[in-house]
Design a protein around this ligand. Sequence first.
Ligand SMILES: [Zn+2]
Length: 490
Amino acid sequence: MANVDGGHHYRLLVAKNSDKEVMRMKKFMDDDFLLENETAKYLYHEHAAKMPIIDYHCHINPKEIYENHKFENITEAWLGGDHYKWRMIRSNGVEEKYITGDALPREKFQKFAEALDKAIGNPLYHWTHLELQRYFDCQMSLDGESAEDIWNLCNEKLRQPEQSVLGIIKKSNVKVICTTDDPADDLKWHIKIKEDKRCTASVLPTMRPDRALNIEKSDFVSYLRRLGEVAGTEIQSIEDLRRVLAQRIKFFAEVGCRISDHGFDEMLYREASHQDVNGILQKALRGESLTVEEVVAYKTYLLIFLAGEYYKYNWGMQIHYSCQRNPNTRALEVLGADTGFDCIAASNAGCALTCFLDSLNRQGKLPKTIIYSLNPNDNALIASIIGAFQGPEIAGKVQLGAAWWFNDTKKGMIDQLTAFANLSVLGNFVGMLTDSRSFLSYTRHEYFRRILCNLLGTWAEKGEYPNDRKKLGKIVENISCYNALQYFGF
Ligand SMILES: [Zn+2]
């Protein structure tokens, strides 16, 4: 008898406990997605969610803003140029024709949906569903079976006028968009957007002079010819190049540029005299090959010159480094660069970074600087280096950049925020950016803000910081929006 009763009682207990488990389990990506305590929920809903978006670094084409581009279908909007997604689909053993090839848009979408369904823990899973919820009012989860319904629903919504580029920017409460532009660019789309006044965000250029620095590349000489033409001169010496770049910086500043950006596979530093660097440039212009030392000396010299010019205009300088480009030769030959094959490089950048910052600081020309490494092992390194080069001009003058590319994940953001907090002053962080080519990716700011609020809320609830909602709310609003406005002077 006791056995029978005991068994019955046990089954009841199991039932009750599993009901409780179900009640305790969070719903899939609901309003409190990633928010694990009351303080986190308060900070996100009452502060972070209300802040406008300052997207100070992205790769959006300004022409598409001016022309108020409308997407043909969800495959164009999502899979047209997104190497993050291409890489994920490839990892599901899919033929290239369904990724970057000539398969039909609906077929490509199917392959994406099937791969995404298995990509548990990947930020693409969260980004995609945030975009479905915010832009398409769709609460479904995307997989091979739901793909047909979601395809039809998204495409119908994309036909509505508010789903054009300008509509998406307005709906997303974006106030500033900084694109990425070559010094030779005439910035005509930025100028037209400003005159036209339909766009609810300021669309500003960012100067990225990588091609002027990449003296080792085969197109360097032809690029300098083009850069010279834009400035109405022929670049024959390092003096000419300095003059032309200074002129382009002035022009960019007139069009509203507040930021520069540099991408280096590796951060290297080697000092050389003006004369030596001029000799290196002459060699390159004659088509002679250069040694690694000469390449590094040229880049170091020009980067220091450019940073001094940025300082004059009070621009912020961004440095991105530690990337292995095109390690898959077959893929490079068939598909070209930037198609989803790059990876993180081992980094040994500490000395180069400090020498570079020190050189500028000694000359009294160190601009506001944000340093991003693709290698997450560099978080603490950079967070400690920035502490050695702060200045009174602005709080957080030198910063550890937001979690970038392969670090743009939930864990990557927590690690970046924690390193920043541990070794510097997190309250001065200029916050997140999309780094995106897609107009639907503004939800990445939401993803970041939820993670930020959860982290700060958790620290407060553990008693590691006063649970003072006003103070915490201010920090959240600053990191979400106001710090970037102030730092870049938008
Ligand atoms: Zn970028």
